[in-house]
Every structure is written in structure tokens, then in C-alpha cells.
Design a protein around this ligand. Structure first.
Ligand code: MLT
Length: 269
């Protein structure tokens, strides 16, 4: 089976019209996490939020491991279907791993990069082993174990205490994911390549965003990304944890809009 035939036909949500911006969701969520971006696209922009394979409305695949390159290939196949030459790619956390993989494989298909609450380095051997243990538990016990492990770390203190609606929305999204997709994706993230050497090769505009209370990514990782990508800059979102597009949507949308407004004009995206 060649790589192309292994692409999954992704489902997606979209809003707005004009230049394309692709929004890649975090693990183990889906495109619904971008609801507050899709509710008000910046004028002149078309936002496209795919469900990565096995999440939201997108089907599972036969692959035992959902590697970041398989996921990147699915997104490029969706871009081909939508006839998008080189959109701006915005990825949060796992979505950022996929965005970096897209840059590795198809730099000519990326107009600019927004990397939110993500990192470029691979898993340490210990982190990879912990993912494998979690994958095996999910296969045996179901997805509640992932919710228990991840939910307390995903959101800022402010969100957890003052915005219960977001807490339940995130939990509900996690519950929608199947144990098989979760286990395969955990193994894919554990196997991801080191993208640190890639950062210096990024020759398109870059924006790095991080929640000030993100305990999963940490500010050091985001500073490293912003320092290593030529010309990139870092925006820190106060009172947000790992999911600023949900937790502080107005502020996240503002920094993204500013970045988009500074991009050089190109005739065809
Ligand atoms: C995510 O939010 O996508 C995950 O925290 C990524 C990871 O587990 O490395």
C-alpha cells in the first residue's frame, strides 16, 4: 500500500471566506475546540478546522500507529481536495507536531506557521514508555483513564474554578474519542521525530503562542521555539493553560489576527 492510499478523508468545519487558515486540534480533542475561532473569522480569512484521523467526524484507519507524518499527509490530502495551495497552518500541541511535520515534508505548502502550546523535541524514553503504558490502559479500561490523567493538567486555575463550561466541554470532547484512536495516537506521538533541527529552516513567518499557566508545554519550550524560528515571536496568554483558544478565546483571536494582518500579501494561497 503506498503512502497516498493510506490517507484518511478528513471531515472538517469551516467559516469565513478568503485566504485559508488551517486549525489543527490538540489530543485527544477534535475540531470543536476551535468553536470560538470559527464563530468570528478575521475578515478576509477562511478558517478550516479538520478532525484529525480517528477524532471528531473523521474515520479511523488501519494503521497500528497514527504517526505525525500520516496525520500530516491526511491534512495535505484535504488541502488538495479543497484546492488550497499553501494555507497558513496553526497547530496546538499535537496539532503543532503535525504542523511541523507538514513543514518537514511539504514546506512549499505552508504560507506561515502558528505554533500554540507545543514543542519541537521528541519524547524522552521515559515519556514514550509512559505513553505506551497509558495506551495499554486505555485499550483495557477505556477512555476515562485518559480523562483522569489529562484533564486536571489541561486548563488554568482560573478556567477550572471560574469557567466550568469549558471544563465540561473539554471532558465531553475527550469522551467522544474512541479508545483505539487514542491508543494509536499516543503511540504516534511517542514515535514522533525530533523537529528541533527543523526550526532554523523555517523560512515563512512564525508565531508562537503559549498559555501562561500551561504546565504541559511550559514557557521554556515556547521560548525555545520563538528563539529558534527565524523572525518568530512569542505571545503569552495570561490566565490560560494548555488550551488558550478555548480558555481565552478573545485574546488568542487578537494575537492571531495581528499576526495575519502582518503577513506579506500573496496573490494565491
Ligand atoms: C495535546 O494537547 O495535544 C497533548 O498534550 C500533546 C502531548 O501529549 O504531547
Amino acid at each position: 500500500m503506498n503512502a497516498a492510499s493510506r490517507n484518511v478523508n478528513l471531515e472538517w468545519r469551516e467559516a469565513g471566506s478568503g485566504k485559508p487558515l488551517i486549525l489543527l486540534h490538540a489530543f485527544p480533542l477534535n475540531s470543536a475546540m476551535w468553536g470560538k475561532q470559527l464563530a468570528g473569522p478575521p475578515p478576509g480569512w477562511r478558517l478550516i478546522a479538520p478532525d484529525l484521523r480517528g477524532f471528531g467526524g473523521s474515520p479511523d484507519a488501519d494503521d497500528a500507529v497514527y504517526t505525525m507524518d500520516l496525520m500530516a499527509g491526511d491534512v495535505v490530502a484535504l488541502m488538495d481536495r479543497l484546492q488550497l495551495r499553501s494555507p497558513v497552518i496553526c497547530g496546538i500541541s499535537m496539532g503543532g507536531y503535525v504542523a511541523l511535520e507538514m513543514w518537514r515534508q511539504h514546506p512549499d505548502r505552508v504560507r506561515a506557521l502558528i505554533l500554540a502550546d507545543t514543542r519541537a523535541g521528541p519524547d524522552s524514553p521515559e515519556a514514550a514508555r509512559a505513553r505506551e503504558r497509558l495506551a495499554q490502559r486505555v485499550e483495557k479500561e477505556g477512555i476515562d483513564v485518559v480523562i483522569e490523567t489529562m484533564l486536571p493538567k489541561l486548563l488554568s486555575t482560573t478556567t477550572r474554578y471560574h469557567n466550568k463550561g469549558i471544563v465540561s466541554a473539554v471532558a465531553a470532547m475527550m469522551k467522544e474519542a474512541g479508545p483505539g484512536a487514542i491508543a494509536r495516537t499516543l503511540r504516534g506521538m511517542a514515535a514522533r521525530r525530533d523537529s528541533e533541527p527543523l526550526l532554523r529552516t523555517i523560512s515563512v513567518p512564525g508565531l508562537v503562542v503559549v498559555g501562561a499557566e500551561d504546565v504541559i508545554t511550559g514557557r521554556g519550550q515556547s521560548e525555545f521555539l520563538a528563539r529558534s524560528i527565524p523572525g518568530a515571536w512569542l505571545e503569552t496568554i495570561d490566565d490560560a493553560g494548555h488550551l488558550p483558544p478555548m480558555e481565552r478565546a478573545d485574546e488568542f483571536n487578537r494575537v492571531v489576527k495581528t499576526f495575519l494582518s502582518r503577513l506579506p500579501q500573496v496573490a494565491h494561497a
